[in-house]
Design a protein around this ligand. Structure first.
Ligand SMILES: N[C@@H](CCC(=O)N[C@@H](CS)C(=O)NCC(=O)O)C(=O)O
Length: 215
């Protein structure tokens, strides 16, 4: 059975939703931020991050985009993403990697500017620039959805939309401000919130309503 190391509203939210959509058996391990920051957790997650997916053979897998792509590839019958070998699968992987490497990372810098700055003034500048850069990346996705949407893969809903939904929860100055600036992304978020199989998980994370992540 899979094991998901999960913290409410953190980066494990999208893998959690993907597991729920796939309907595969898994053990959900709720953690607190304190437990994640315990040095012992680095034995299974080298950077001390969630998500971690434990495979049925016990191996821990890190990196949210890899976890999601692995899960949808392992369960292609559930059709939550194009199957490996299809041209759309390349687009799917590209969309996940784009969001993970660029957007997730930029949002992380916003929340932890101390990674790249020392003084409070430097941290404020880094946080402001990270928020601006994240919003510019959201705008690129918004433009793409306007031209080729309504979903990340055109007409087809996929786990990439769940990933975008998760990132949107963290957008600044608030999810509401972000979604009113990006109406196409807002439709993706609404579509995710309307998925019957996700209701329990989204309720558990406290994000069924707008602004569940702080603002
Ligand atoms: N590149 C990683 C980033 C994961 C990450 O940044 N996780 C954050 C939560 S959203 C975390 O666990 N932070 C640890 C902490 O704040 O102590 C991924 O995509 O899985």
């Amino acid at each position: 059975m899979y094991k998901l190391y999960n913290v409410k509203t953190w980066g494990s939210l999208a893998p959690h939703c993907v597991l729920e959509e796939l309907g595969v058996p898994y053990q959900n391990i709720w953690m607190t931020g304190e437990q994640v920051r315990d040095p012992k957790f680095k034995e299974i997650s080298p950077l001390g991050f969630v998500p971690v997916l434990g495979l049925p053979d016990g191996r821990p897998i890190v990196e949210s985009a890899a976890i999601i792509a692995f899960l949808t590839d392992a369960h292609t019958d559930k059709k939550l993403a194009p199957a490996p070998g299809e041209a759309d699968h390349a687009e799917y992987l590209s969309a996940l990697a784009f969001m993970s490497v660029n957007l997730y990372q930029m949002i992380s810098i916003f929340y932890a500017p101390g990674l790249l700055a020392d003084t409070d003034a430097e941290k404020a500048t880094v946080a402001r620039r990270a928020a601006e850069n994240a919003n510019a990346l959201f705008d690129m996705i918004e433009t793409r959805l306007g031209k080729e949407g309504p979903f990340m893969l055109g007409d087809r809903f996929s786990a990439a939309d769940i990933y975008l939904f998760m990132l949107s929860l963290w957008a600044r100055p608030s999810e509401a401000a972000h979604l009113s600036r990006c109406p196409h992304i807002a439709k993706v978020s609404a579509a995710v919130r309307a998925r019957p199989k996700l209701k329990a998980a989204l309720d558990a994370h406290g994000v069924m309503e707008l602004g569940g992540y702080g603002a």
